[in-house]
Design a protein around this ligand. Sequence first.
Ligand code: CDP
Length: 222
Amino acid sequence: MTPASPMPEVIAIDGPAASGKSSVARAVAQKLGWTFVNTGNMYRAVTWAVLDTGIDPSDPAAITAALDRMGIDFKTEDGETSVCIGGKTLHAELTEDRVNKAVSLVASVPAVRQKLVAGQRALTRLGSLVMEGRDIGSVVFPHSRFKFYVDASEEVRTARRQAQGHVDQISARDRMDSSRKTSPLVTAPDAIVIDSSHLSLAEVIDRVLADLATRGLTPPTA
Ligand code: CDP
């Protein structure tokens, strides 16, 4: 008799802009052999589509009306899931200045969140996931056993984004993301908070892996 396949698990990694959560989540996913999901890129892809079709990003009704025509689809490649728009996979477009400026507005539209959250939840069909974002531990997978909140001071986060060569309105995005009505950025009460201001990326990854190990989750041995 073959054993029943275990239920997929989700590691939720949330945090504010440029806190390093994507790099941490990708590395943890690679270690465990789980699929990495960057939900920020999904909101960025929809924002790019809004701007590309000439819709005003501050017009929630127009965005809601256009959503079903955008051809939003999820694609998984090399252990990472991304969003395609009308069959096109976006890369450099996701960090355009205009996308950085408009993404928090578009992400505050309830219909956008409903659509993307439904797609994010359905990804457990692929197996266990490491998913990063703003609302993963609070809204998308509130029953996840493994929740982390990766933070860093605003100065450190601004410096990290500048080092990546992007113009970004980190504090404006944080304010909008934390104050919106639909699933704002919050620290889930059962999340482990890691302040990465004075830690290297490797140290943050080690902390997450060490915590997972105390709860019986260890990377497979090669
Ligand atoms: O990487 P960075 O911190 O700059 O941001 P991101 O993770 O790429 O997310 C871009 C924007 O998408 C955020 O500022 C939020 O407005 C939105 N977002 C969200 O609302 N919910 C998520 N789960 C992920 C991102």
